[in-house]
Design a binder for this molecule. Structure first.
Ligand code: NAD
Length: 480
């Protein structure tokens, strides 16, 4: 049963959202040259939060030139120990302003405040602290005695973890001596703009970080700008491929963090209650808007019914609703477009003959919401087993032997992550060495640490973020 809780809303008064935001170029907020703008909305209420500038070709050019000048005159010449001080300062300010940033993230993205407060913000600060530590030790990164930065990095990020993805991009770039032009996702620009304010507060030299808001076209202009040395992209496989095509034949370096369709594999000797929590965390965390989500559940056949019964029971206790309420487990879907994508692929599951079950949640009248949903009777050929849904929808398959689990888990164009639940350490190692996935979690899921490299195989992209390996994405090994 579910107990009724009194509402426990986090206060909105800790944020101060301006009616209009300019672009952050060369250390100050400026209006775009052609004056174009768009609205960002709260997906839980459909309320317009702010008017956001849309960067055009001239704005991207201005931002890249500012980044180039800052690179040449300041940032690449500054000793690593000095760069580290700025990164530490930014990390400390993020901690100090974490409540404000968490509320802002929840308003703009729709994710529960519990997640933005307890996951996104601590990890964002941790990424800056971690990379601050590297800034004066790059000669020990295994990339030669004097690895050099690329220069100007163009960075494009998605809407699912807006501030955290910004940290994954900006922290290693700055630690290694690169300067940055970053384009946040069009539905979640507010925390990136708050980060611009943090750069001013930290007195970061102008031009080291530039933030140009806009949609896909603004991203395309950044990718195609001739004076960008490196592109780092997180988002869909489709756009990742388009970017790869666009820069083919140029000298630009590229890293791509794309989609996933991870297998979460539960063996019959697994601790079932813990596994159920891990399954829930794997696919329903952040409304399933997670590239490494455990969206394919592989259960050993003998425990299928038991796991499914307990999973349905557990899902029936999740609270869907106001993302600012501290008791909320499932927040809003980030946009009408994403809702339509989820709905379309779920309908394909119905049409292809899988059986749908959704948790009995009351859906609020305004905003975009999707109840936690499970499909059983799924075959490997179904679209819901092959395509990334990027929503709170789990496809359940079964297996009999470890070999069959490996074959099914690897039967995907993606290769970002996987999970294994079993009591046997030897089986974990056996599985991990055969799973074609950048990250394999054992008896846990969706655990992140700035020291641990993250990235994919196959259509999940290439390059790593985090750890020593992540530094290599922003450094040229010295040619001797
Ligand atoms: P997307 O790839 O369309 O957008 C990601 C970023 O790229 C945004 O900032 C967007 O404005 C920008 N962009 C779009 N077109 C561009 C172009 N031609 N050139 C340069 N930049 C461009 O992803 P989305 O619409 O936000 O989400 C769609 C799908 O992407 C999801 O359903 C999911 O499959 C995947 N996704 C993956 C991740 C991940 O972390 N791996 C994150 C978000 C989305």
């Amino acid at each position: 049963m579910t107990f009724d809780y009194a509402p426990a809303p986090e206060s909105r008064t800790v944020v101060d959202i301006a009616p209009h935001y300019g672009l952050f170029i060369d250390g100050e907020f400026v209006d775009p040259i052609d004056g174009a703008s768009f609205k960002t909305i709260n997906p839980a209420t459909e309320e317009v939060l702010a008017d956001i500038s849309e960067g055009g070709a001239a704005d991207i050019d201005r931002a890249v030139r500012a980044a180039r000048t800052a690179y040449k005159t300041t940032w690449s010449r500054m000793p690593g120990a000095e760069r580290a001080k700025y990164l530490y300062r930014i990390a400390r300010i993020i901690q100090e302003r974490s409540r404000e940033l968490a509320v802002l993230e929840t308003l703009d993205n729709g994710k529960p405040i519990r997640e933005s407060r307890d996951v996104d913000l601590p990890l964002t600060a941790a990424h800056f602290f971690y990379h601050a530590g590297w800034a004066d030790k790059l000669q020990y990164a295994g990339l030669g005695p004097d690895p050099r930065p690329y220069g100007v990095a163009g960075q494009i990020i998605p809407w699912n973890f807006p501030l955290l993805m910004l940290a994954w991009k900006i922290a290693p770039a700055l630690a290694t001596g690169n300067t940055v032009v970053l384009k946040p996702a069009e539905t979640t620009p507010l925390t990136a703009l708050a980060f611009a304010d943090i750069c001013q507060q930290a007195e970061l030299p102008p031009g080291v970080v530039n933030i140009v808001t806009g949609a896909g076209q603004t991203g395309r202009l950044l990718v195609e700008h001739p004076d960008v040395d490196k592109i780092a992209f997180t988002g869909s496989t489709e756009v990742g491929k388009a970017i790869q095509r666009a820069i083919a034949g140029t000298r630009k370096a590229l890293t791509l963090e794309l989609g996933g369709k991870a297998a979460n594999i539960v063996f019959d000797d697994a601790p079932i209650d813990e596994a159920v929590e891990g399954i829930v965390n794997g696919i329903f965390f952040n409304q399933g808007h997670v590239c490494c989500a455990g969206s394919r559940l592989l259960i050993q056949e003998s425990i299928r019914d038991e796991v499914l019964d307990r999973l349905k029971q557990r899902l029936s206790t999740l609270r869907l609703g106001d993302p600012l309420d501290k008791n909320t487990d499932i927040g809003a879907i980030n946009s009408a477009e994403q809702f339509a994508r989820i709905d379309e692929i779920v309908r394909s599951g119905d049409a292809e003959g899988a059986e749908r079950w959704s948790a009995p949640c009351a859906i609020p009248e305004r905003g975009w919401w999707y109840p936690p949903t499970i499909f059983t009777g799924v075959t490997q050929a179904h679209r819901i087993a092959r395509e990334e849904i990027f929503g709170p929808v789990l496809s359940v398959l079964t297996f009999r032997t470890p070999d069959e689990a490996i074959e099914k888990a690897n039967n995907t164009p993606y290769g970002l992550s996987a999970g294994v639940w079993t009591e046997k350490g030897s089986r974990i190692l056996w599985m991990a060495s055969r799973l074609r996935a950048g990250t394999v979690w054992a008896n846990t899921f969706n655990k992140f640490d700035p020291a641990s490299p993250f990235g994919g195989y196959k259509e999940s992209g290439f390059g790593r973020e985090g750890g020593r390996q992540g530094l290599a994405a922003y450094l040229k090994a010295e040619v001797v």
